[in-house]
Ligand binder design. Structure first.
Ligand SMILES: Nc1ncnc2c1ncn2[C@@H]1O[C@H](COP(=O)(O)OP(=O)(O)O)[C@@H](O)[C@H]1O
Ligand SMILES: [Mg+2]
Length: 456
């Protein structure tokens, strides 16, 4: 355990600004626990059970930008005034919120360190509980960075996204409370029991909750599951790909936010109409988001720091995530939609060979045909179309152009070519449409010419 040596500015228990440079909190004589470069915690248990997070705002500004630091200041100040809304780890089924005492309903999703519940009697609202165990785990070496509780990040950027109309409305973030003593109720996370127990014993482990609007729709992952072998028709996939790029442009430019974790599970589809070409979608899960600010154009981590197939090629190489990574991930998600499940399994298998193999696949291969490996079907969505062969080459060429635009974003601060990408998606979709129409016309003509002779 480290003790705070830096000058930390905190919002004190009574709301006044205090500066401390000590190992003990000046008022309460409680130890100050340094949990990352930017965050420390003063554990003031009795009588309020409140845990006070202290931020090194210089460090936070350096990493997240000035605007985030301002928003974080507001969160820290708000936390001091909301003792009655500290998550109650003792009660498994209900929670005190500014909207009254709510009763937890069905679980709609749970992951490593978060769980989302429906709320009985309020269908339009969801409650998300999240812990910060991953951030505290020494294995991930995040204490060198300046992480903030992931639900605070989700809340701050989620609100910006909501204002830009690309995310659900966010209503409330609770102050931090203690983790539940066992892995159940509000802490019914996917992490294994042993990891949970070590997290409970760790200084700085906290639980927060957030109230948000429930989007009426389903994730792209769930949408994909409704198709045979998970293959979403090419035309529909391109329509959704186009909508993701358009919404990312709003997120990056209007909300000035990088999502940081785009994949089919974090994109919610509200409506898709292939006849009039409209798609409504929203992004959720802003826990890895950050401000769209200048990043250093050199690697900050060694290759191999991550080996997950969802990371972009640049993230895998160790560059700081940026707008270009959201775009690469969105184009990848479009490929995931139009491909069978075996394509994703193949990518996972490539990842087993290590980060270099994954980077090579992402950099040098054509993503819109399944690579032939192990159980892969070698599926080609353009070949699968019922169209004349004359159209296949231009459609493939267009898909290659889209991929080329992604690869061309060579600098970490490259502004993605949104309008070219949108044009690319529209043009490819147009070609698919024309090819289909021409094919159907040919079939009709054929039946017309065959019909009289067959009637003889
Ligand atoms: N506001 C929302 N409205 C509807 N469904 C949501 C909402 N937020 C999350 N979900 C559902 O819960 C799942 C997990 O949510 P997410 O915020 O991504 O949590 P995690 O941090 O566990 O990945 C999503 O894939 C989506 O299906
Ligand atoms: Mg998610």
């Amino acid at each position: 355990m480290f003790f705070v040596k830096l000058w930390f500015v905190i919002v004190s228990c009574v709301g006044a600004i205090t500066v401390i440079q000590s190992r003990m909190h000046p008022r309460t004589d409680t130890p100050v626990v340094h949990i990352s470069k930017g965050v420390a915690i003063v554990d003031i248990s009795p009588p309020t059970k409140r845990i006070v997070e202290i931020y090194n705002f210089t460090e936070i500004t350096r990493v997240y930008g000035r605007e985030f630091a301002g928003d974080l200041w507001d969160v820290a100040s708000g936390d001091q005034l909301r003792d009655s809304f500290i998550p109650s780890a003792d009660s498994k089924f209900s929670e005190n919120t500014p909207y009254g005492r709510i009763v937890l309903g069905r679980i709609i999703a749970s992951s490593e360190q978060s769980v989302i519940y429906e709320i009985v009697g309020i269908p339009g609202l969801l409650i998300k509980y999240q812990a910060n165990c991953v951030e505290l785990d020494p294995e991930y070496r995040l204490s060198d960075t300046s992480y903030v509780h992931p639900l605070v990040v989700d809340y701050i950027y989620g609100r910006k996204a909501a204002r830009a109309k690309v995310g659900p409305a966010i209503f409330f973030l609770s102050p931090p409370g203690r983790l539940c003593v066992s892995r159940g109720g509000k802490c019914v996370f996917k992490m294994n029991a042993k990891d949970f127990q070590s997290c409970v014993n760790r200084d700085g482990a906290t639980l927060r909750y957030m109230l948000m609007e429930r989007i009426q729709g389903e994730s792209l992952y769930a949408f994909k599951s409704r198709f045979r072998k998970g293959i979403v028709p090419l035309y529909t996939s391109l329509l959704i790909g186009n909508a993701m790029i358009a919404s990312l442009e709003r997120l990056h430019k209007v909300a000035k936010t990088i999502h940081g974790d785009i994949h089919t599970g974090n994109v919610l589809l509200e409506r898709v109409d292939v006849h009039n070409g409209t798609v409504c979608l929203k992004f959720v899960d802003y826990g890895r988001s950050f401000s769209n600010i200048e990043r250093v154009n050199h690697t900050v981590r060694d290759v191999g720091w991550a080996e997950h197939f969802l990371f972009s090629s640049w993230e895998l190489e160790g560059y700081e995530p940026a707008a270009r990574d959201d775009i690469e991930r969105a184009v990848q998600a479009t490929a995931h939609l139009m491909m069978p499940w075996s394509y994703i399994e193949t990518e996972q298998r490539i990842a087993e060979f290590g980060a270099d193999a994954l980077i090579h696949w992402k950099r040098s291969y054509y993503w819109f045909v399944e690579p032939r490996l192990a159980r892969s079907l070698g599926y080609d969505p353009v070949q699968a179309l019922e169209i004349s062969d004359d159209y296949r080459t231009p459609i493939r060429y267009n898909l290659q152009l889209i991929q080329g635009m992604v690869r061309e974003m060579k600098h970490v601060n490259t502004i993605p070519p949104y309008s070219d990408l949108l044009h690319g998606f529209r043009a490819t979709r147009g070609l698919v449409q024309v090819a289909r129409a021409s094919y159907i016309r040919q079939r009709i003509d054929l039946t017309r010419t065959i019909a009289p002779s067959s009637s003889l």
